[in-house]
Structure formats: C-alpha cells, structure tokens
Design a binder for this molecule. Structure first.
Ligand code: GLY
Length: 569
C-alpha cells in the first residue's frame, strides 16, 4: 500500500505530469558593494547615499527609517514602532524591539463596549495609540552600531519634510482614498488632504511641523522626542482628546534588545524575530512541519506546494492564537513550540490529499481554543526595508503604524501620525482583531505590555556567510508572505525577483479561508477547491522585499507590480 505522501505524490503527479512554473524570469537588480531595498524610492536613495558616503548598514537603515516617516506616510513613522534585526559582518546578531507598548492607564477591557463586544476604538482615534517606539529604536541602533553623526542621518528627512517632495501617483492616490482614516481627523485633513483640495501626482507635499519635530530629534536624539516640547505637546493633545499617553509614559519608554530566534533549515541558518513577534516562531514552525513532506516536487506554484504550506500555516496560526504574547508578561513556550517532535506530530496531522478543517485544528500544546469570527479587510499598512553594506553588515527593519495611516490622527503642531497598534492586542480574548486574528490571555492588554506582532524581519546565512535579508509589510499575512518567498528561494531555487513576484497565498487558521493571489496558473484553484479549500481571491499577500547574496554580488527584489525600489552601487 502506498504511504500517504507517496499517494499524494501520485495524485499530484497525475494532475501535473511535468514541473511547470509560471515563466517569470525577471532579473533582480544587482550591485557589488551595498544595497537598500525599500517601498518608497526617495527613502531607498537616501539610504544608498549614506552607504556611498561610507556609512554602514545601520547608518543607512536609520536614514531610511526617518526618510520614510516623511515620504511614505501610510506606514513610515515617528509615531509607531517596529523591529530591527541586525547581523554584523563578524557574525554578531541582535534584535531591537521598538514595538509600541500599552500606556500605564490602559486596561484589559478598555475596548469592550456596553454590549460586551469589542469596539472600534482600538482602530481609530486617540485611544487606539500605543506609546511610540520608532525614535528610540533608531536612536539605540545608531548609538550601538552607527558610524556617521546622528544629525547627518536625520537631516535628509527633515529637509524632505521642510522643502517637500514631489508626490507620485501611488502616494497621491493613497492619500486621496476616501477609505483611509485621514479623512476623520482635522489635522490629518489639513496636512495630507489640503483641507478638501487633495493633492495630485506631481504636486509637492511639505510638512513643516514634521520638519520641526525631526529637527528636535536631530538635536536631542531620543530625548528630542520622549522629553521636552514634543513630549509635552503630544501628552497635552492626548489629554485634550481623551487619549491615554502621558509624558510619563513617553519618558518611561524603553527599547528591548533581544536575542534573535535562530534555527536551521537544510543547510541554511535562519535568524529571525523573537516574541513579541509571532513571525519568527511561525516561520521556524512552518519549516519544521514542511521538512520531509516532499512538498516541492511539483513546483512552487503547484496545488501540492500550496496545500502543504497552507496546512503548516493553519497549525502555526492556531498555536499563535493561544500561546504567543509579550514575553515580559507571558511565559511564551517558544522551545516547546519548536521541538522537532512536536513539529513532527503536527506534520503527521496533515492529510496529504485534503484540506483540514480549522475546526479540527486546535492550538497543539493544549487542546483548547475557541474563537468568534469576524472578517476584516487586509490593509497594506506597515513597511519594510533591507540594507546590506560593503562590509557585509545586514539590517532588516519592519516598522509600522499598524493600519494604513495608523489611527488617522496627526498630532497638532508635531506633524506625525499616531499608530493604532493597540488593535494588535486581543481586545477581547477570543474575538478577532482587524486582521481577523484571534488571541487569548497571552495577548490581553496590560499596562506597559507590547502587542503581539506578525512582523518577520529575517536574515539567513549559509556556511556562516550572509545569504538573504528579507521581510514584508502586510498585517497577519507578513509571516506567511515572508515564509513563501524564503521557500521559493531556498527550496525552489528561484532568483529573488521571481520569488517576490510569484503569486502568494495565505491561511491563518481562522477564518477558514485560503486567500489565493490572482495570477496562479490555470487549474491550481480548481484543484485546491476539490481538496476542500474555501478559496478567496486576493490581489496580494504581503509586499515582500529581499536581498540575496550571490558570490560577490548582491541581488535585490521588490514586487514589480508595486512601487518600491532596489537601490545599489
Ligand atoms: N501591526 C502589524 C503587526 O505588527 O503585525
């Protein structure tokens, strides 16, 4: 009798007698010294100039982070937070967690309405903001690893804010989009929508208040944001509008320097994001579950590959719902979740021929989970950038306001948007957040706690040498999008540009849908439907960006259908 996997191979072999991959064959951008990949070209070029002037990868990342806060207002930020993963050329690694945290006045049930349900206050308005971490994160990175004067790295951003930059159509269209939350806030309307006369492509957006805030950061470093005039104005505006963040919250904000999560996959070494990211654990769990399944035999865009990767995703997101949260507040069972025996057991529950119902998949370490389901749109918030310098230092940064334009609130006189990261907590344990993610006590709100994240900045080495730097924005789809591109490069040997362009898919346990990006070759969706998947078409799964090192050459990829830039020299 055939084993399950062999039967699967036989079935898929019949469906796809020959290996067939969409003919993408687009060349990556190549450069011999340094490279920056970012979602917005002006910011990418800002980072490139820092590299060309002898700055290292951390210097360039700091400059890109500040530049994006001006040129990419949908996600670039001073008022949000994120993660920076660093691997120095000498092999040293570290992870700077500058994720927002809940203000001291936050409470577990602060978003539960009179009817007992979660309200939208965690998504829109002043109360949705966590204490921002970005400026502290960039400042600590510079203090520990930077080589160029801090002021020189902030200056390009403050100049862009003061003198303005020319809007491209994608940025102008995004600002105009009447679904974005900028329309709900008077200060955001004034700055970004010109009081009802929205910008068109080719016009210049100046942000003088943001320039002044950046100048205080240039002069005072982290204190220029968390103390003094910026802190006073932010706290006063919070008080005036019913928000929770105080000067004391700002003064108390601390970046957490963490040990990255590391693991091996075939002959690659994976360095990735630890909790409060769910991304790194999810990535390593997927690798452990897929290992040995033979899922690659029909190609990366085959029903077989989608099926096995999807079933791994389903189990990853079930575990995430129960066990993951801020490790300072909850004892995250990281080692148990990554035990080979546990992952082998999880792998064994995958039916090679049929989709498993999410109802039949519980968080695996304990057998209890229940969730109420609510579907929500997936927004393209959050942004990611990668930098590699001529010495081989590598930096991967994902930072965010959470939703597109965050809370929608621009702080008067300060010119920056506030995050709505509080929605990444489980506002009501068991009740889905805006990404449809469910959580439990592990991710319940507590003062000072960081909300669980999907951000998955990752660096991969091979034989001790830098091989890949990768990450993405995309809400709950970040982890799966990043994982797919990694598999496409590591397992399917695709070049980095083809890998980021290949249509992707996403499954997050609940709701029990397989989101399939438009562009799969004919027959794949029908095969997956026959296997039992409820498919929802989607126009994208995370905007993955990556750099791969090939010999002495850096190869960079950013999705062709989007507007990012690979800048190298
Ligand atoms: N705010 C998106 C994330 O951190 O997952």
């Amino acid at each position: 009798m055939l084993s399950g996997l062999t039967r699967a191979g036989a079935l898929f072999g019949l469906l796809y007698p020959t290996f067939s991959l969409i003919a993408l064959a687009k060349e990556p951008v190549r450069a011999g010294h340094g490279m920056v990949v970012a979602q917005e070209p002006i910011a990418a070029e800002t980072g490139l100039r820092v590299l060309q002037q002898g700055g290292n990868a951390v210097d360039a990342a700091v400059a890109v982070g500040f530049a994006l806060s001006v040129t990419h207002p949908v996600a670039g930020n001073l008022g949000g937070g994120g993660f920076m993963l660093i691997r120095l050329a000498n092999g040293t690694t570290t992870f700077l967690d500058f994720r927002e945290c809940a203000p001291a006045a936050a409470a577990r049930d602060m978003y539960i309405g009179p009817d007992g349900n979660a309200t939208s206050d965690s998504i829109y308005g002043w109360r949705s903001a966590g204490v921002p971490g970005t400026v502290a994160g960039l400042a600590l990175a510079h203090q520990k690893f930077g080589s160029k004067p801090w002021k020189n790295l902030v200056a390009p951003a403050s100049n862009l804010a003061a003198e303005g930059f020319i809007l491209t159509e994608p940025v102008a269209a995004s600002l105009r989009d009447d679904k974005n939350p900028l329309h709900q806030d008077p200060e955001s309307q004034r700055i970004f929508l010109r009081n009802g006369k929205p910008f068109t492509a080719g016009e210049t957006l100046k942000q003088p208040e943001l320039a002044a805030t950046l100048n205080r950061v240039a002069d005072g470093g982290s204190d220029g944001f968390y103390k003094g005039e910026t802190a006073r104005l932010l706290a006063a505006a919070m008080t005036a509008h019913g928000g929770l963040i105080t000067e004391s919250d700002l003064g108390a904000y601390k970046v957490a320097e963490r040990t990255p999560l590391e693991g091996n996959y075939h002959d690659f070494h994976i360095i990735t994001a630890p909790p409060p990211s769910a991304g790194g654990i999810g990535l390593l769990q997927m690798m452990g579950m897929l290992d040995g399944t033979g899922y690659t035999s029909d190609g990366p865009d085959s029903a077989k590959a989608v099926h096995f990767e999807t079933e791994a995703m389903r189990r990853v997101y079930a575990d995430r719902s129960e066990y993951l949260g801020d490790p300072a507040f909850y004892n995250v069972p990281t080692a148990d979740l990554l035990k080979p025996a546990y992952l082998a057991w999880r792998r064994g529950t995958i039916d090679p021929l049929h989709a498993t119902s999410s109802e039949a998949v519980a968080p695996g370490l304990a057998k209890t989970a229940e969730a109420r389901l609510r579907t929500w749109h997936e927004s393209d918030q959050t942004t990611h950038f990668n930098v590699v310098d001529a010495q081989g230092n590598a930096v991967a940064v994902t930072y965010t306001l959470n939703n597109s334009y965050g809370s929608g609130i621009t702080v008067p006189k300060l010119g920056f948007l506030l995050n709505d990261e509080m929605d990444d907590f489980a506002a009501k344990p068991g009740s889905p957040n805006m990404f449809g993610l469910v959580g439990a006590d592990a991710n319940a709100i507590q003062p000072g706690k960081r909300p669980l994240s999907s951000m998955t900045p990752t660096i991969i080495t091979q034989n001790g040498t830098l091989f890949m730097v990768v990450g993405a924005p995309g809400g709950s789809r970040i982890t799966t999008g990043v994982a797919e591109v990694i598999f496409d490069v590591l397992d399917f040997k695709m070049n980095v540009q083809d890998a980021v362009d290949l249509p992707r898919f996403h499954q997050q346990w609940k709701p029990d849908f397989l989101y399939l990006q438009n562009g799969f070759r004919p027959g794949v969706a029908a095969d997956l439907t026959r296997m039992g998947y409820a498919i929802k078409p989607t126009d994208g799964v995370a905007r993955v960006e990556a750099i791969v090192v090939k010999g002495r050459m850096l190869e960079g990829g950013t999705e062709s259908r989007l507007h990012g830039k690979v800048a190298g020299y």
